[in-house]
Design a protein around this ligand. Structure first.
Ligand SMILES: *Cc1c(COP(=O)(O)O)cnc(C)c1O
Length: 377
């Protein structure tokens, strides 16, 4: 028998989020399925099949290895590699027939060379840096870039894109509008020279939820597809459902006397005789050590505080105030139990981080179980 610690993924929640986000974006706007980092920890392949059933035709990952996994799954549609690709990945990109983001000319030249040698063309998405300050061509060089790329017969421009630096922060609104303005003007000037590219895209989740003027031809909502808003400040124009439930069962319940301390560093002391439940999950599962003495798990439909330091393989709860708790009771760390719910967003806020980190941190030691959706293999 395996450990009872599992992440249950409700694929019908992802299908629901896709429908809601598509309604928001408008039927004409393509939804790009963002399934990097193993579908934000939800499992890239089952998530992609669910998105595919909902009409998604382009799947975006960060690395060639992630792309190869989708390729092997034989999903219909194209695979777009988003991350920072080096020259070593060029051959694989070409051989798998991936689309790839291009934001520098040396990379473009090498890709072209390899593509021509193999008598193929690679579909690329030109990335412009409108303010993210990470990768992408400077917008001022747009004309030079477009001209230079046009001279590379091994490349075919399928898209033009940019990425927002702070679309989910209230304080970033002005900056985001400036990024949109730069991208819009790029769209206009390149159209004026007859550089007509099918797909213009800019929006991540924050952009899609808050900037209707930035939808262009396609959108790239990641975390919203999995059901979390990117930040507490983000507007909530649609009702999203978090797809992940992280749960386990109490390994034991022990009584400790007043004055006893729990776990490493003795950071928690029982103020009264207490019932302490031991959960078989720890930071090696991706349950962050920052949850020490913070946050809760649900037991018998109620919130039990996490006490003491989270260990590599165990986490302790104070269940003194919940009557009848016994070993093997279910404990929910993310998701609902009875009428109570702990959201990914709540845990992210407690940890002073973003929902993306909470879900992508869960390691391979936690089996993913699926319900409610398109499942193949
Ligand atoms: C990851 C990623 C996204 C999705 O971001 P979210 O904040 O999860 O919506 C969109 N675009 C690019 C280029 C990305 O790398």
């Amino acid at each position: 028998m395996p450990r009872p610690t599992i992440a249950e993924i409700d694929l019908s929640a992802i299908a629901h989020n896709l429908r809601e986000l598509r309604k928001l974006a408008g039927e004409k706007v393509e939804m790009i399925g963002i399934v990097k980092a193993d579908g934000y920890g939800h499992g890239a392949i089952p998530v992609s099949w669910t998105l595919s059933a909902g009409g998604v035709k382009r799947f975006a990952v960060a690395t060639v290895e992630e792309g190869a996994m989708l390729y092997d799954a034989q999903l219909p549609g194209s695979i777009l590699i988003l991350g920072a690709q080096g020259l070593v990945e060029v051959e694989a990109i070409c051989d798998f027939g991936f689309e790839v983001v291009v934001g520098d000319l040396d990379f473009a030249a090498r890709l072209d060379e390899v593509a021509r040698k193999r008598r193929r063309t690679v579909d690329i998405h030109l990335k412009f840096d409108t303010g993210m300050g990470r990768v992408g061509f400077p917008v001022e060089q747009a004309m030079k870039v477009v001209r230079r790329i046009a001279e590379l017969p091994g490349l075919s421009v399928a898209g033009v894109m940019t990425h927002f630096a702070s679309a989910d922060e209230r304080a970033g609104a002005e900056f985001t509008r400036e990024q949109i303005r730069l991208f819009t003007s790029l769209h206009q000037t390149t159209h004026a020279i007859n550089f007509r590219i099918p797909l213009w895209h800019a929006c991540n989740s924050g952009g899609l939820l808050q900037y209707p003027e930035a939808r262009f031809d396609a959108v790239r909502p990641g975390i919203a597809m999995y059901g979390s808003y990117p930040s507490p400040e983000t507007a909530r124009p649609v009702e999203l459902r978090e797809a992940m439930t992280l749960k386990t069962r109490l390994a034991q319940v022990r009584e400790v006397p007043e004055g006893a301390t729990v776990s490493y560093g003795r950071t928690w002391t029982a103020r009264r005789a207490s019932q302490i439940a031991v959960l078989p999950i720890g930071y090696a599962d991706g349950w962050n050590r920052g949850n020490s003495n913070k946050g809760h798990a649900l037991v018998r439909g109620r919130r039990a505080p996490i006490v003491g330091r989270v260990c590599m393989d165990m986490t302790m709860l104070d269940v003194t105030d919940i009557p009848g708790v016994c070993a093997n009771d279910e404990a929910v760390l993310l998701g609902a139990q009875g009428k109570e719910r702990i959201t990914v967003e709540e845990v992210a806020t407690l940890l002073d981080t973003i929902p993306h980190v909470v879900v992508t941190s869960l390691t391979g030691r936690i089996p993913r179980m699926y319900k409610g959706g398109e499942q193949r293999k």
